[in-house]
Design a binder for this molecule. Structure first.
Ligand code: RM4
Ligand code: MN
Ligand code: MN
Length: 430
C-alpha cells in the first residue's frame, strides 16, 4: 500500500486528545439508550458496516452556469481526485468507494487505475455515463438528445458509449451502470412526447442487453434541466415503467434533488421498494431544484425519513433489495473534501437514527391508529444526538474522532496548492 495522504501520527495524536471525552459521551449515551432497551454497541456495529460512495466529480469545485470559483490545490484529473477521495476515506472510514464518470475520468490503463485506487484504500462504485455533453471529435451531437434522439446514428453512439462504460467498469471491478440522460425539450411541439420515450426504451434495451449477469443498470430520473419543458425520464413513474420494461437488472436511482419542491421522497422510496425496483441513491440536498447542496444541510429530517423507509424495507425485503448509496453534490463555495466529510457524517447520522426507532412501538401505534405515538416513535429517534456512536466507530476503524479538525491541521490543501497545477476559470460542473 502506498502511503496514505494524511499522517497516521497526526490522527493518533488528535484522537488521543479527544478519546477521554468521547468515552464519557459514549458511556452516557449508552446508559440513556439502554433505558429503552437499545444496546449502543449493536448500533455502533451497524454504523461500522455502513458506507456511502463519493463521486469523482465532486472532488473538484463545482459551479453554476454563471461561474466557477476554483480553489488552489483542487484536483484536475482522476489521479488527483483519487488522492482527495483517499483523504475523505482515511479520516471518515465510511467512504471506501469512488464512483467514476466517463469520459471525464478516462485513462489509458484501467487495470493500473484500479491498482492505484486499491493502494489508496479505495474501491469502485457505479460507473456513470455522460451523453449530456458533446466531446471534442465526437461524430454526432447530443444537442437534440442522446438515447432518445431522432437520429438513429446519435442513439447508437450513446448506446456504444454506455457499453464502453460497462467495459471500463468491468476492469475497475464495478457492478452498476448509472444512466442519467438530459434528453428532453424546451418547447411544446419540439418532439413527440410518446415517440421520444419509445426511442429511449429501444436504445436503453441495447445497453441492458450488454450488461454482465451480476450487473445492474440504475436509471436516474430528473424533473428538469437541461431541458425545461419536458424531460424523457422526468420522474419516478417514468423511471419505474422503463425499469420494468427493461427487465430485472434495471432499477431506479433516486437523486434527492431531482424532484419538484416538497415532493414526498420517502414515499417514492417506499413505492419503488414495494415493486422491487429501488436501486440506489444520490445523496444531496436542495432548496429549489437540482441544487446539489450538502446532504442534510437544508432538510436533515427528510434524509432521516428516507433512512427510516430503508429500515422498513429491510424488514420487508423484496426481490434483490440492495440499494447503492452515493453522494452526488456540487461544492461551489466550500473545500469539496470538507463538504464530503461533513456530508458523509450527516448521512451516517441519519442511518444511525433510523436504527434507533422503536419499531415495535411504531408498528403498534400504527395498528392502533395512535397518530401522536406513531409520530413520537420517529421523533424520539430523530432527536438523539448519535455523534458519539459515529465518532467511536470511526476511531475504532482508524479514522479521526474530529474529521474536520484533523483535515485542517494536516494542511493537505495547502500542500496540494504547491504541487498541483492551477485550475482554469469557467462555468459548469467540471
Ligand atoms: C446530473 C445527475 C447525474 C450526474 C450529473 C453530473 O444532474 O445528478 O447523476 O451524473 O448531474
Ligand atoms: Mn445524480
Ligand atoms: Mn443532479
Amino acid at each position: 500500500m502506498t502511503e496514505l495522504p494524511i499522517s497516521a501520527d497526526l490522527i493518533a495524536e488528535r484522537n488521543a486528545l479527544h478519546a477521554e471525552a468521547l468515552e464519557e459521551d459514549y458511556a452516557a449515551l449508552g446508559r440513556k439508550l439502554s433505558r429503552t432497551g437499545i444496546d449502543i454497541d449493536a448500533i455502533k456495529d451497524r454504523v461500522a458496516g455502513f458506507s456511502v460512495a463519493v463521486p469523482s466529480w465532486g472532488a473538484g469545485r463545482g459551479g453554476t452556469r454563471f461561474a466557477k470559483f476554483p480553489i488552489a490545490g483542487e484536483p484536475t484529473n482522476i489521479h488527483e481526485k483519487l488522492e482527495d477521495c483517499a483523504v475523505i476515506q482515511q479520516l471518515s472510514r465510511v467512504t471506501p468507494r469512488v464512483s467514476p464518470h466517463f469520459p471525464w475520468d478516462k485513462v489509458s490503463d484501467f487495470t493500473a487505475l484500479r491498482e492505484e485506487a486499491a493502494a489508496l484504500g479505495l474501491g469502485w462504485d457505479a460507473v456513470n455515463s455522460n451523453t449530456f455533453q458533446d466531446q471534442v471529435g465526437q461524430a454526432h451531437t447530443y444537442a437534440n438528445g442522446s438515447l432518445s434522439a431522432q437520429d438513429a446514428a446519435t442513439r447508437q453512439q450513446a448506446v456504444d458509449h454506455n457499453i464502453e462504460c460497462i467495459e471500463i467498469g468491468r476492469q475497475l471491478g464495478s457492478t452498476d451502470l448509472t444512466v442519467w440522460v438530459g434528453d428532453g425539450t424546451n418547447f411544446p411541439g419540439q418532439q413527440d412526447l410518446g415517440r421520444s420515450l419509445d426511442r429511449y426504451l429501444e436504445a436503453a434495451s441495447k445497453i441492458y442487453a450488454a450488461l454482465p449477469d451480476d450487473w445492474r443498470m440504475l436509471l436516474e430520473h430528473k424533473m428538469f434541466e437541461p431541458a425545461f419543458y419536458s424531460t424523457v425520464i422526468s420522474d419516478w413513474g417514468s423511471s419505474i415503467l422503463a425499469a420494468q420494461e427493461l427487465g430485472p437488472k434495471a432499477k431506479c436511482l433516486v437523486d434527492l434533488g431531482h424532484h419538484a419542491p416538497n415532493v414526498n421522497i420517502e414515499q417514492i422510496v417506499a413505492r419503488l421498494h414495494r415493486f422491487g425496483k429501488l436501486g440506489g441513491f444520490h445523496f444531496n440536498d436542495s432548496k429549489y431544484g437540482d441544487d446539489d447542496l450538502d446532504s442534510g444541510s437544508i432538510n436533515p429530517h427528510q434524509l432521516f425519513l428516507v433512512f427510516n423507509e430503508l429500515v422498513e424495507a429491510e424488514l420487508n425485503p423484496r426481490d434483490g433489495f440492495n440499494p447503492s448509496y452515493m453522494i452526488d453534490q456540487s461544492h461551489n463555495v466550500t473545500d469539496p473534501i470538507e463538504s464530503m466529510l461533513s456530508s458523509a457524517e450527516t448521512i451516517t447520522q441519519c442511518f444511525a437514527k433510523a436504527q434507533l426507532v422503536d419499531r415495535a412501538a411504531l408498528h403498534a401505534a400504527q395498528e392502533a391508529n395512535d397518530t401522536m405515538m406513531a409520530f413520537q416513535a420517529l421523533r424520539r429517534a430523530y432527536n438523539v444526538d448519535v455523534a458519539p456512536i459515529l465518532a467511536k466507530a470511526r476511531m475504532e476503524a482508524g479514522g479521526a474522532i474530529d474529521v474536520l479538525e484533523a483535515y485542517r491541521l494536516s494542511q493537505y490543501r495547502g500542500r496540494k496548492a504547491q504541487e498541483r497545477k492551477a485550475v482554469g476559470l469557467g462555468a459548469g460542473i467540471v
